[in-house]
Design a protein around this ligand. Structure first.
Ligand code: NAD
Ligand code: 89V
Length: 344
């Protein structure tokens, strides 16, 4: 049976969702919604969707849906997720899931009480190279990891495509660091303590564009998460996330251009490339992220069909959001070390 979906928010990033839905078997986007009529009309024409709404309330009243995909910016998430829960429609919500932990808890509770599946579109862990690093760790090739680094350093202009990123009081941690924190949780486990520093280098934006986090994980590993949009390098790597892992029996290095080095202290050193596929609708350098959209949406369909909880469910994402909040609090308090309780 083909699942009937609707997409709310037809802006900059939603095109990737729509291309991915069109590529995936077993789901069809039957309706679109955007408060901005011009954006709605454009997306409807490009993706051949005839049922369109400028009001989400009208969408939920008029359509019989198997799921809804919310690709709006954070300010609208709570109202839209609560509408989906009230209409008993399983819901995917883009990151950042919520502007506050209170909102996030309210959305998770609304969906739990309505028995409605909820997944946060936290796609970076679904990037092919990140999945490969996780597979190498799971295979035990380098033994237990004791140190790791998840790094994203760039000077790419993200503000032209996403002007709201320059306007918010919070920038890189909330928008990008959130992905890297999720990757650190995915690779090294839940976090016990975090300390962070942030700063703004670019004078033309409101929020911080550089952040560095030090985290201690429950399994004993220490990780560094560092991100910057103020880092001009001879080779611009946007939007690649680089990963380093030191384990008791070897090391992993995910370097520039998707080069993966796995070194066994007693054994061999293998260097391979794990570049993500370039989907027919994708463009370099975004193809890494675009492919991860396809992967997370496929995961959602698989979870909906099997009744499994998605990896980055709303409840799971509370831990990532708690870390973002803790990192901002640490940075505001002069890099104070903040303890998380059971990863929250
Ligand atoms: P955007 O501003 O280009 O698009 C958002 C759209 O939502 C707009 O067209 C707006 O009119 C519409 N909208 C807002 N509130 C609405 C409401 N209540 N009802 C109906 N329509 C509404 O934003 P964007 O750049 O596409 O980003 C959307 C979200 O995706 C953000 O949360 C952003 O952080 C996230 N994002 C994620 C990734 C990723 O890799 N996961 C990448 C880029 C952006
Ligand atoms: O993931 C995001 O939300 C995007 C980008 C990859 C550019 O940081 O804003």
């Amino acid at each position: 049976m083909t699942l009937r979906g609707a997409l709310i928010g037809c802006g900059f990033f939603a095109r990737n969702h729509l291309h991915a839905w069109r590529q995936l078997e077993g789901a069809e986007i039957v309706a679109l919604c955007d408060a901005d009529a011009a954006r709605l009309t454009d997306a409807a024409a490009q993706f051949d969707v005839t049922r369109t709404y400028t009001s989400a309330a009208e969408l939920f009243t008029a359509e019989r849906l198997d799921f809804v995909d919310i690709a709006t910016t954070v300010a609208s998430h709570r109202a839209l997720v609560e509408m989906a829960a009230a209409a008993h429609v399983p819901v995917i919500c883009q990151k950042p899931f919520a502007a506050s932990l209170a909102d996030a808890h309210a959305m998770v509770a609304a969906c739990r009480d309505a028995r409605v599946p909820l997944m946060v579109h936290e796609n970076f862990r679904w990037q092919t190279p990140i999945q490969v690093v996780r597979e190498v760790l799971a295979a035990g090739t380098i033994g237990t990891p004791f140190w790791g680094r998840v790094s994203f350093r760039s000077a790419y202009d993200v503000f032209t495509g996403q002007p709201y990123l320059a306007e918010d009081e919070r920038f890189i941690l909330q928008d990008l660091g959130i992905h890297l924190i999720d990757i650190a949780r995915f690779l090294f486990g839940e976090v016990q303590t975090v300390s962070a520093s942030t700063r703004r280098v670019n004078p033309h934006i409101r929020g911080e564009d550089v952040a560095t986090l030090l985290m201690r994980h429950q399994g004993g590993a220490t990780s560094v998460v560092d991100c910057s949009y103020a880092t001009a390098l001879p080779q611009e790597l946007f939007p690649q996330t680089l990963v380093e892992v030191d384990g008791e029996r070897g090391t992993i290095r995910l370097g520039a251009d998707y080069t993966l080095m796995v070194h066994e202290a007693v054994g061999s050193t293998r260097t391979t490339r794990c570049e993500p596929p370039l989907q027919a609708w994708a463009q370099r350098p975004w193809h890494n992220i675009q492919d991860s959209v396809l992967n997370i949406q496929a995961h959602w369909l698989e979870c909906l069909r099997s009744g499994r909880e998605p990896q980055t469910s709303g409840a799971d994402n509370l831990r990532t959001l708690a870390l973002v909040e803790a990192a901002y609090a640490s940075a505001a308090g002069g890099q104070a070390t903040i303890a998380l309780h059971d990863g929250r």
